[in-house]
Design a protein around this ligand. Structure first.
Ligand SMILES: *[C@@H]1O[C@H](CO)[C@@H](O)[C@H](O)[C@H]1NC(C)=O
Ligand SMILES: *[C@@H]1O[C@H](CO)[C@@H](O)[C@H](O)[C@H]1NC(C)=O
Ligand SMILES: *[C@@H]1O[C@H](CO)[C@@H](O)[C@H](O)[C@H]1NC(C)=O
Ligand SMILES: CC(=O)N[C@H]1CO[C@H](CO)[C@@H](O)[C@@H]1O
Length: 370
């Protein structure tokens, strides 16, 4: 199959060769393809991988170049992972999903494992992460970079617990190009300074530990979202500092387009219900995560609550109820309606409770002594 692809690649070159104008260009190019063997997959490697249970189609789709290599270390890798407690299926699956893993030397693997073990308690834990996300371990081959990035993050005061969470939930952080992480931290610190905050380091650290995905987003996105929220809500410096260091840290993650779209749609919806800009602001300051909800979903949920006799101001004051799924909101409203629940008198906090507490509440409401 690789051979066929290689021939297709050659095809335009051959075809244009006889044309007088292009001929010089083509013949000089052609020297590049004099050793076609380099472009063939290594049969003996394929056999070895197959016998290990590797999904060749998957490997070929992901990193085809690896299958053409002359020097690989699949046996070494397999043995290494085995000593760390990985079973053959896990090893095969890791290679199928990240074929480049077989190009790492045993020495490199040992070194990298040791670095990871500074963050994780056991080999078992590392194997678990590798099998969930092989790229987190193998994507970058630069151990020095990893080491320096770990100490950089620690120098910010990021705790081992957060580092651990970072490696598990956003491993790409650790294979980020050098500048990327530093740029993000500098951006966060400069945002703090521009808001007249007095501890930029703490500000950055707080946002990072509240939003571990921050390092795998672009600084442009984060800056655009901060600017948008600050200006569209007319936030004072202290309001902005408080928002971004609490639930607002998570909303910085959203794509800028979605943030704008969801925000405009919520504002419009509130206006149509007679609520003003202050209400919108109060709602976001109380629970900015409502901005994750797409405009269609949000409108449906609000309509559903209003139809059940809930006052728009009640939603403004308790936006978290919008976090529940539409079917779950509907179901709760249905139960409460049957029992003649009066939202004006009793409020809507009942909608924002765990399933268990809601059932208990229903039981109490249904019993004759209440
Ligand atoms: C395949 O495995 C054998 C040992 O089992 C080894 O000698 C050989 O070099 C391997 N081939 C490749 C391409 O790695
Ligand atoms: C395939 O890999 C083996 C072992 O790594 C190597 O000895 C052999 O030369 C390779 N063959 C080709 C065609 O690259
Ligand atoms: C949001 O409002 C609720 C009650 O209305 C309150 O308990 C909660 O502390 C507020 N949250 C924030 C972040 O202001
Ligand atoms: C944040 C960051 O990128 N830290 C370090 C990552 O590793 C490189 C070395 O390759 C360092 O230069 C960075 O300071």
């Amino acid at each position: 199959m690789a051979q066929r692809r290689f021939l297709l690649f050659l095809w335009p070159v051959r075809r244009c060769a006889p044309l007088p104008v292009a001929s010089r260009f083509c013949s000089s190019k052609q020297t590049k393809f004099e050793i076609p063997l380099v472009h063939l997959e290594n049969e003996s490697l394929l056999e070895n991988l197959s016998s290990m249970g590797v999904d060749l189609a998957s490997a070929r789709r992901r990193q085809p170049g690896v299958l053409r290599k002359q020097l690989t270390n699949e046996q070494g890798l397999a043995l290494f992972l085995k000593t760390k407690g990985a079973d053959p299926e896990t090893i095969a699956s890791i290679i199928s999903r990240f074929p480049r893993s077989i190009t790492r030397s045993c020495e490199h693997l040992e070194e990298r494992w040791t670095l990871w073990r500074n963050v994780f308690k056991s080999d078992h834990e590392v194997v678990g992460i590798l099998s969930r996300s092989p790229e987190s371990f193998f994507r970058s081959s630069d151990n020095k970079n990893l080491e320096e990035n770990i100490s950089f993050l620690m120098s910010l005061g990021i705790t081992t617990k957060d580092l651990h969470r970072l490696l598990t939930t956003a491993p790409r952080t650790f294979s980020n190009s050098v500048e990327l992480n530093r740029n993000m931290v500098e951006l966060l610190q400069s945002i703090c300074v521009s808001l007249c905050g007095n501890d930029p380091k703490l500000f950055a650290r707080t946002i990072i530990s509240r939003n571990l995905y921050i390092f795998i987003r672009s600084t442009n996105r984060i800056r655009a979202n901060v600017d948008f929220l600050t200006s569209s809500l007319s936030l004072s410096n202290s309001e902005a500092l408080a928002l971004f260091q609490s639930h607002g840290a998570q909303i910085l993650d959203l794509s800028h387009e979605s943030l704008k779209k969801n925000s405009e749609s919520l504002r419009r919806k509130l206006r149509s219900l007679g609520c003003g800009a202050d209400d919108f602001k109060a709602m976001i300051l109380n629970y900015s995560l409502v901005l994750f909800i797409s405009s269609e979903r949000l409108n449906e949920k609000v309509d559903c609550l209003i139809e059940a006799g809930i006052h728009p101001q009640q939603i403004v004051q308790k936006p978290k109820v919008l976090d529940f799924s539409l079917p779950s909101i509907r179901q709760r409203l249905h139960h409460l309606k049957r029992l003649g629940y009066d939202f004006q008198k009793s409020g809507i906090a009942v909608l924002d409770t765990s399933k268990k507490r809601f059932s208990a509440k229903l039981e109490r409401l249904g019993s004759p002594e209440e």
